[in-house]
Design a protein around this ligand. Structure first.
Ligand code: BGC
Length: 483
């Protein structure tokens, strides 16, 4: 075993994280495609069907995230990543063909299942492969892929629309926009075939030699590999847990942490800001052309900031990143609201520019902190015997919060928009952003009170801490590793 050829770790990390690209592309592409889908399939704007084409991916994602956890503890991370890539492929082709509403929505639900599964699976897989001192940066590759996927979706929306580079007809372009996702899905499948299984999972299945071989790919120091393997064996000797353990006393601190991070990441407004960025620019007095172009520029900016996040992730404590991020996001949102409501942003005045700067800052803070850190932390926090299940749970909570925020936004916007005012919608958005801004400050309190620092700790030492704390409180659910 030990003399098997070693594969480049960067190659492994790249393909391990690639599912994030599909996550980003499939969630980002629909806003552009929707402009044309309705016309061809005869769907009325504002109807249930109209909303459901967008929401179907989110609902599928909740389902996908929910079923993947128990399965990944049973079948392994790699097999399920491959299965997810096949579902991605079928979903992308189906929605690209999209001959009628039913086919489109069914395919979008399927895509959602794959997106949700990837979101629960990939952070676990990457956290289990990377050595402790690199785990944050490697986990952030997932967010980098999401952002790259969103960027590619903006580009394809622009190029494949009737006025775009390829000048495709209204009834042609959107099929390509949705269908093109089949290409990265196929790449993920073939690349995924060469990936190693997670060493933690291999040990759990008694495949110690294979686990040893995988670990040596990531660490050339035999002694450290042996120590790591010893620790993993110790944790793996604890029987696999179920919901009882997930909701038990020992896992409670990480369960609360995962739920809180997953909810706050969404209620601080990331998706509405990203989604409504062009509208905000228009409300601030910029032209439609500027607004749409700026969407692409924001996409590039997102990717660049996330590259910076990959570099700094293992140098700064995760809790600090979350705190600074929440302060930055909260201040930017309040600044944006002030620019709209007090400085009366419009026609390129001071308020308009403050608005553009605040929105850019918000996105930078999100992309560098809450975007990646949330996924990294839920990927590493849970004990091995419930890791798949725990991640699944965190991802389900995140997708449900995402669904709740995106579904409530249009309704809240109507409620907050004054009837007779200049730039009424801009005022509505500004008021809503105050709510998200305040929630950013509530998040700071949550981080201080309920999160556990995970940077530079091995997954095994984090787990040992949880067990000894529960043990100290005298709870049997702590479970002792049988040495
Ligand atoms: C969030 C998604 C979001 C994406 C891009 C992820 O970390 O979980 O909801 O769409 O970042 O902003």
């Amino acid at each position: 075993m030990a003399n098997k050829k070693h594969m480049s770790t960067n190659f492994i990390y790249f393909f391990g994280a690639l599912g994030g690209l599909l996550f980003g592309y499939d969630t980002g592409v629909i806003s552009g495609a929707m402009l044309f889908i309705g016309k061809e399939l005869g769907i009325k704007a504002g109807s249930f069907e109209d909303g459901f084409i967008t929401a179907s991916v989110l609902l599928g994602a909740i389902l996908g995230a929910a079923i993947i956890g128990p399965m990944s503890d049973k079948f392994g991370r790699k097999k399920l990543l491959l299965t997810a890539s096949i579902i991605f492929f079928i979903g992308a082709l189906g929605s690209g063909i999209g001959i009628n509403y039913e086919v489109l929505v069914t395919s979008r639900v399927l895509l959602g299942v794959a997106v949700g599964a990837a979101s629960a699976l990939i952070p676990t897989y990457l956290a289990e492969l990377a050595p402790a001192e690199k785990r944050g940066g490697v986990g952030t590759l997932f967010q980098l892929m999401i952002m790259t996927g969103i960027f590619l979706a903006y580009v394809s929306n622009e190029w494949l629309s009737p006025h775009g580079l390829f000048g495709l007809g209204e009834n042609v372009g959107w099929h390509w926009m949705l269908g093109l996702a089949a290409i990265p899905a196929a790449i993920l499948f073939f690349g995924g075939l060469t990936l190693p299984e997670s060493p933690r999972f291999l040990v759990k299945k008694g495949k110690i030699d294979e686990a040893h071989h995988v670990l040596t790919q990531f660490n050339s120091d035999e002694k450290l590999v042996d120590e790591e393997l010893h620790d993993i064996k110790l944790q793996a000797s604890i029987p696999s847990g179920g919901f009882k353990e997930l909701f038990g006393v020992m896992a409670r601190p990480v369960l609360i942490m995962a739920m809180g991070l997953a909810i706050f990441q969404q209620v601080m407004g990331c998706n509405t800001v990203l989604y409504y960025a062009p509208k905000i620019f228009i409300s601030a007095g910029f032209s439609e052309h500027f607004a749409l172009q700026s969407h692409i520029i924001i996409g590039i900016f997102n990717v660049l900031v996330t590259v910076v996040a990959v570099k700094i992730m293992d140098k700064i404590d995760r809790k600090k990143m979350l705190t600074y991020g929440a302060i930055g996001m909260g201040v930017s949102l309040l600044l944006m609201s002030t620019a709209m409501l007090v400085l009366k942003a419009g026609n390129g005045n001071l308020g308009s520019w403050v608005c553009v700067i605040a929105l850019t800052l918000y996105i930078a803070f999100f992309s560098a902190t809450w975007g990646p850190v949330m996924w990294v932390m839920i990927g590493e926090a849970f004990p091995l015997n419930i890791r798949g299940l725990g991640n699944s749970f965190g991802a389900v909570v995140n997708w449900t919060a995402n669904f709740a925020v995106s579904q409530s936004f249009p309704m809240l916007l109507v409620a907050f928009t004054p009837h007779h005012a200049v730039n009424a919608e801009g005022q509505g958005i500004a008021k809503l952003f105050i709510i998200y801004g305040v929630l950013c400050f509530v998040a700071i309190w949550f981080i201080a009170k309920f999160t556990i620092e995970t940077r530079n700790r091995t997954l095994e030492s984090l787990e040992a801490d949880l067990r000894s704390k529960a043990h100290a409180k005298g709870h049997s659910e702590a479970g002792e590793p049988a040495v």
